[in-house]
Design a binder for this molecule. Sequence first.
Ligand code: PCA
Length: 205
Amino acid sequence: MHILVTGFEPFGGESTNPSMELVRALDAQIGAAHIHTAILPVTASGGLQAALRAIEKIGPDAVVCVGQVGGRCAVTVERLAVNVDAFSIPDNEGQQPRNLPIVAGGPDAYLSTLPIHEMVEAMRGAGVPAAISNSAGTYVCNHVMYGVAHYLAQHRPTARSGFIHIPYLPQQVLDKPDKPSMGLELALRGLTAGLRVMVCALHSE
Ligand code: PCA
């Protein structure tokens, strides 16, 4: 089994992105799955294109995209992506769509096809605060989650996809002490536990 896990470059004035650090720290093998990784630029078109290039190269059974979400205090497994770009800040190329469909005429939303409840339970079982989230936002993460789901629906309908958001790292909140953070080791334990149960679930189908 082949799993693609993507992270993002830093954005919004940050010097790092927990998703980039996590993806770099992941084991190359989790259960029965080979883990392939890619780091995506935080731009609407470039981020999705880089994810689709990696999918075409690897031909994965599942795609798990990971991103930073400032302000949340748990690892959150996203339930759905919506067909809207409404960026609250410019992306890393200065683009800021305020109300555009990601795919004109596309479905309003795609549900994650990962076993999201089992993944959250596994993360909690590993001692990591985790929850389902009902909104991946309307920025680049939602754009990539939607775009990957749309591509797979058309080109690789048996492949699964979804998105996981990670809180700030402690070093990112030194200048914003009212914001929650999660250390890299804890987040890595959570992500790994979630991926392990996902691989088991897909393997036993
Ligand atoms: N988080 C942003 C985009 C890149 C990232 O890591 C988001 O939540 O949309």
